[in-house]
Design a protein around this ligand. Structure first.
Ligand code: 1HN
Length: 344
């Protein structure tokens, strides 16, 4: 492939004439926007240690009252994109949020979709369109686009959760905004109770639900049971993994990001297929090492890391006796909708 002409190859007065008309020559930038064979991700493999973050998060609890923060969050930012961009990957935002006993994070709704993966503590809850969802370690709670949500805490110890949002993409498309609301009355039906068995769904007056988000809370105890059952029913299955779906449609639980739980069997190595989306990994239980490019991350419980797309990732559970449980978030639903999803 021949080299293309550079910007500096053009006379200065010509470049200035272009700029004056809001024009840019394509050829000096063509290889940058359309690199050969595969993309050149800005997303750097990055690791965030919960042990290192927790004291800083608790310090934020002393430094900034909830009324002055609305959401007390330390953002897990990818240095490859620049920390100020507050993104883990092209479409994924990650943050660790702290709620102290008695605190309340007021009701609002917004265009970006969010989920919370509960990391530590008991007694807090999120109310989503009137459905009060208790928060326990490993639970996944959806706050999809446009749904009212607020957080409260009746327990006696700090609660921490991982927020995952598609904010970078929604912000990029200039569609990100929020609306503040009043405290919600609790009247929502507990989706986690009525959709407990994947094989049967409510059929009210001979009709299936038409709600876009019929299930908001995915209790960890049940997701873990599903993984253990899948692992023991299919002992030769190499990737013991479940997808968080809308139980009415079987589609991804949210529109833009995909959410999964993966069990590494004792001593197991999983080489993930090389795929186009970036991926985030968070340890719910156990420990794992994760190899990506020139990095090897040692993940303990509650640690988080991310890997760019188009990049091989290997997961290893070095414990010969105990399984490891990971929560994954990726950009597959987005890539599929855009028609750019690839497995290499
Ligand atoms: C948000 O609404 C929450 O509701 C957390 O807890 C983090 C980050 C960016 C924009 C909105 C929440 C957020 C957020």
């Amino acid at each position: 492939m021949s080299d293309l002409a550079r910007l500096e190859d053009l006379p200065l007065d010509y470049r200035q004439a272009l700029t004056a008309q809001n024009l840019v020559p394509l050829w000096p930038s063509l290889r940058g926007v359309l690199p050969p064979e595969k993309p050149r991700p800005q997303t750097a493999p990055t690791f965030w240690s919960y042990k290192a973050i927790k004291p800083l998060l608790l310090q934020a609890g002393d430094l900034t009252p909830i009324e002055k923060a609305e959401r007390r969050v330390l953002v897990l930012a990818n240095p490859g994109h620049g920390l100020e961009k507050m993104q883990a990957s092209p479409a994924i935002y990650l943050g660790l949020q702290l709620l102290l006993p008695g605190e309340w994070a007021p009701s609002h709704r917004h265009t970006p979709n969010a989920v919370r993966m509960i990391v530590e503590g008991e007694g807090a809850y999120t109310t989503v369109n009137g459905e009060k969802c208790p928060m326990s370690r490993g639970d996944l709670i959806l706050t999809p686009t446009g749904l009212w949500h607020e957080h409260g805490h009746d327990g006696d110890k700090p609660v921490v959760w991982l927020d995952v949002l598609d904010l970078p993409l929604v912000y990029y498309t200039e569609t990100s905004y929020h609306i503040n609301g009043e405290r919600q009355p609790i009247d929502g039906i507990r989706g986690d109770k009525i959709y407990k068995y994947g094989g049967v769904v409510p059929t009210r007056d001979f009709e299936r639900s038409k709600q876009a988000y019929p299930m908001i809370r995915y209790p960890w105890v049940e997701v873990k049971e599903s993984l253990l059952a899948l692992g023991s029913e299919e002992p030769t299955l190499s990737t013991v993994m479940v997808t968080y779906v809308n139980p009415e449609t079987g589609s991804d639980a949210e529109n833009i990001l995909g959410y999964y739980a993966l069990m590494l069997r004792p001593g197991q190595t999983v080489k993930m297929p090389v795929r186009s989306p970036s991926c985030v990994f968070h340890v719910i239980e156990g420990a794992a090492s994760l190899k990506v490019l020139d990095k090897e991350f040692k993940l303990s419980e509650a640690d988080t890391c991310c890997a760019p797309g188009y990049t091989p990732v290997t997961l290893v559970n070095e414990d010969a006796n105990k399984p490891t449980f990971l929560f994954l978030a990726d950009e597959s639903p987005l890539h599929r909708k855009l028609g750019v999803y690839e497995v290499r």
